[in-house]
Design a protein around this ligand. Structure first.
Ligand code: FAD
Ligand code: FES
Length: 252
């Protein structure tokens, strides 16, 4: 877990919304372009992130030591809907791998602002090594891990687990809202599996980003309202608004 003492977070009055991301770059860096990272949590003067070292820039972030510097943008993107817009039914927060980061932040915000809202976190990985329970420690909601190889929790994918849970919810499933972030193939499969069973599905899309402010058009997705940059119109979209999501090859 990368925890940043963030000067901007200390002075900026508005708090970030769960689902928003910042653009980070270690200093000094061999790279010019900051990388988007979901906010995992925040407090007075700090934000935390979960960074998976997949390439050079994320590798530099993971290698940071206390006292090192990071370039960080203000929070970007729309974030998940406010609790009042989530319908009041059961909330299922379905995270695949590092996609758990923004869902943890959402759970923390629900705990702080909407203590009566019920939610369950479904956290899937290939094996127990991919499910960092520390990343969701201390939240109020129930946490249901799943692993493809059965080494932790439910034996199967978090999509299977979600379907299972909806079946157990019976008639209440119709009122449920599913909020998800994870690998594109997982989110596509999840949307296809649950869209007709629940009230709404919200997906946080990942795309390579350069500017983060809707200028370079390097991160677009197709929606019912046309082709839009994910960094400004997302990263969170209502499943019903996305085009090509079910079995299509676009983003999810
Ligand atoms: C809104 C948003 C939120 C994000 N939140 C997080 C987060 O919380 N934590 C996090 O670790 N990442 C997150 N990402 C992804 C992160 O920005 C990329 O992993 C990062 O840009 C990779 O940069 P790099 O320079 O290390 O790798 P690059 O040099 O850009 O890529 C190296 C190789 O890794 C592949 N690759 C790139 N990204 C990924 C990936 N996510 N998974 C698997 N392979 C990849 C590339 O295709 C390439 O082959 C987020 C992305 C978006 C758009
Ligand atoms: S990153 Fe430039 S438009 Fe989204």
């Amino acid at each position: 877990m990368l925890r940043l003492e963030d000067a901007a977070a200390r002075v900026a009055a508005p708090r970030s919304r769960p689902g928003q991301f910042t653009m980070l770059l270690a200093q000094p860096s061999l790279h010019l372009i900051r990388r988007p990272m979901s906010i995992h949590d925040e407090g007075d003067g700090w934000r935390s992130y979960m960074v998976k070292p997949v390439g050079h820039a994320s590798g530099e972030l993971v290698a940071l030591r206390p006292g090192d510097r990071v370039e960080a943008s203000p929070p970007f993107g729309n974030g998940f809907p406010a609790p009042a817009d989530l319908g009041g039914g059961p909330l299922l927060l379905v995270g695949g791998g590092f996609g758990i980061a923004p869902l943890h932040f959402l759970a923390r915000r629900l705990d702080a602002l909407s203590p009566s809202m019920e939610y369950t976190i479904l956290y899937g990985g290939r094996s127990s090594r991919d499910v960092e329970l520390d990343a969701v420690a201390g939240v109020r909601g129930e946490i249901l891990p799943s692993t493809d190889d059965g080494s932790l929790g439910f034996h199967g994918t978090c999509v299977d687990l979600c379907r299972d849970l909806l079946r157990r919810l019976g008639a209440k499933a119709r009122q449920a809202t599913v909020l998800t972030c994870g690998p594109p193939a997982m989110m596509a499969a999840l949307h296809l599996a649950v869209r007709d069973l629940v009230r709404d599905v919200y997906l946080s899309l990942e795309e390579v980003m350069a500017c983060g402010v809707g200028v370079c058009m390097g991160c677009v997705t197709r929606t019912r309202n046309g082709t839009v940059p994910i960094c400004t119109h997302g990263p969170v979209f209502r499943g019903a608004d996305l085009v090509g999501i079910d079995g299509g090859r676009e983003h999810v």
